[in-house]
Design a protein around this ligand. Structure first.
Ligand SMILES: O=C1C[C@@](O)(C(=O)O)C[C@@H](O)[C@@H]1O
Length: 241
């Protein structure tokens, strides 16, 4: 199976599904059977943060393109808070996965994660989440530029959309930073179209759900794939190959 870096290379959007550790072997089998492009391992959802446990569960996904995330509580995750411990966890995870996702706001963790990822030739998604609102355009631009300066291979912006103006602001951001690999998501019902429409405009990964843990406005995996197949001939061709 191709690595995440190889999958990203042709610019055709990828569909991710997020998993915890309740059934890692079963989830890895589902990823293979259904042709999920990226397994996001939400380590902050795991039952234990002991690095030996985390590495063991992540290894169940070996051979599948993986993106590991240890999301802080301040950006919608469950990580309880010790930043030195979080950095050690990312360092233990990095050899096992294709990429990691870390928040731009995680100033105590981010430089260490970027350095460790560089030394192992892994990708870093530098992300920003706002579950309340979509910030103004100048703030969004500042976040993208900050993430890029911090060493992001991909910049991810996921903010709550309250109506068409927010969706327009997020699509303008995606187009403005066309030369940077971006993942842009408008969360919530008003943003749901962005999960299909933004990949058509260049957003590199869209997140979908199989079963539990759907994020606000996420569509089921099968529906996301069907809509992208309908509207992106390149995506349909890749799925058919
Ligand atoms: O940041 C993202 C995007 C997301 O929040 C979403 O809205 O699809 C889902 C998360 O699992 C992922 O880490």
């Amino acid at each position: 199976m191709a690595t995440l870096r190889e999958r990203l290379a042709d610019g055709v959007p990828l569909v991710a599904v997020s998993f915890g550790d309740d059934d890692a072997e079963g989830d890895a089998a589902r990823v293979r059977d259904l042709g999920v492009d990226v397994a996001e391992l939400r380590v902050d959802w795991f039952s234990s943060f002991d690095p030996a446990h985390v590495v063991d569960r992540v290894r169940a996904f070996r051979g599948v393109p993986t993106l590991a995330t240890v999301r802080s509580k301040t950006e919608g995750g469950h990580w309880p808070g010790d930043e030195a411990e979080r950095l050690r966890l990312y360092e233990a995870l990095l050899p096992e996965v294709d990429a990691v996702d870390v928040e731009l706001s995680a100033t105590e963790v981010l430089p260490g994660v970027v350095a460790a990822a560089r030394s192992l030739d892994r990708l870093v998604v530098v992300s920003h989440h706002d579950f309340v609102a979509t910030p103004p355009a100048d703030r969004l631009a500042e976040i993208v530029e900050g993430a890029r300066a911090a060493g992001a291979d991909l910049v991810k912006i996921s903010t709550m959309a309250h109506g068409p103006d927010d969706v327009r602001a997020l699509s303008a951001l995606l187009l403005r930073y066309d030369s940077i690999p971006m993942i842009v998501i408008g969360m919530g019902g008003d943003g749901a179209a962005s999960r299909v429409f933004f990949p058509l405009l260049g957003s590199r990964i869209t997140y979908s759900a199989i079963g539990g843990h759907p994020a606000p406005g996420q569509l089921p995996f099968a529906e996301t794939v069907a809509l992208l197949e309908r509207f992106s001939p390149a995506f349909a061709a890749r799925r058919a190959s």
